[in-house]
Design a protein around this ligand. Structure first.
Ligand SMILES: CC(C)(COP(=O)(O)OP(=O)(O)OC[C@H]1O[C@@H](n2cnc3c(N)ncnc32)[C@H](O)[C@@H]1OP(=O)(O)O)[C@@H](O)C(=O)NCCC(=O)NCCS
Length: 243
């Protein structure tokens, strides 16, 4: 249940207090989204950079690193959102924060437009002007950035990032950790493999293999996944390799 905080200027404040993890540029965007949406009341930022601790950003204090979570919980602040651009770091922090007993909230800008039957995980950021069409599934820790379009029945996997202005057609699968760069286009029914990178402005016309970087129109790989031996080593426990 939302806690009630007294706001002397305008009566009771029913917004749930929360903390933003990550005091960088994306943190600023997430703060703006939360203030616009008015469902949560950000109390401050956490950041692992000690040089930032004790400073303020956009009017809020930078309270410390993740070790500050227990003190916040003691004050009744148990909601958080991770505002870190790097996909792997965002996912790792989300796991740590949940393990500390916090609820991971979604930051959805009021100007984003979501179909009624979109399914959402947690720790999701949907920025201003994003469009998410019918029957999409948006996984935990996903960023759908400013003005991005995700069309019908598309699945966006855990901790993927769809950058500003990117357009994902219908029935696409974006696997976990994938990054679709600014202004890129992904045609219908394709699969973008896990941890793949689609360069800014690319037009993807074929599936992209996991851990592969593609750029251009049409998109072509400039960096591919590890060679098959390396991939085996990465995927399998050492005891099962080279059998
Ligand atoms: C794709 C990307 C990740 C590659 O970065 P990188 O690994 O540092 O690659 P490099 O800059 O070394 O470029 C390698 C080659 O690819 C080309 N290239 C890089 N990005 C490109 C792009 N988006 N479109 C076309 N060509 C591109 C470079 O010109 C270079 O070509 P060359 O070898 O002929 O000189 C990066 O360029 C990119 O597009 N990032 C997206 C940024 C973004 O969306 N930011 C928004 C954040 S919210």
């Amino acid at each position: 249940m939302d806690s009630m905080v007294v706001n002397h200027s305008s009566g009771p404040d029913h917004r749930t207090p929360c903390v933003i993890v990550g005091a960088g540029g994306h943190g600023r965007v997430v703060l703006d989204i939360l203030l616009s949406a008015r469902r949560y009341r950000p109390v401050g930022f956490l950041d692992s950079n000690p040089a930032l601790h004790g400073r303020r950003m956009d009017g809020l204090p930078i309270l410390g690193d993740l070790s500050a979570l227990s003190g916040l919980a003691a004050q009744g602040i148990t909601s958080a959102v991770v505002a870190i651009g790097d996909n792997g770091t965002r996912r790792g922090f989300a796991d740590e924060i949940e393990a500390a007993g916090f609820t991971l909230i979604n930051a959805i800008h009021p100007s984003a437009n979501l179909a009624h039957n979109v399914s959402l995980g947690r720790n999701i950021v949907i920025a201003a002007g994003a469009l998410v069409c019918a029957h999409c599934q948006i996984g935990d820790s996903v960023i759908l950035n400013t003005g991005s379009i995700v069309d019908h029945e598309t699945m966006v996997g855990t901790a993927a990032h769809i950058c500003p202005g990117a357009r994902i057609a219908g029935r696409v699968t974006i696997e976990a950790g994938a990054f679709v760069g600014i202004g890129a286009t992904v045609l219908q029914c394709l699969r973008i493999g896990y941890d793949a990178v689609v360069g800014g402005g690319a037009v993807v016309t074929r599936d992209v293999e996991p851990m592969t970087t593609v750029v251009g129109v049409p998109a072509r790989p400039i960096r591919t996944a590890m060679d098959p031996d390396e991939l085996t080593a990465f995927m399998l426990p050492r005891s099962l390799q080279h059998r």
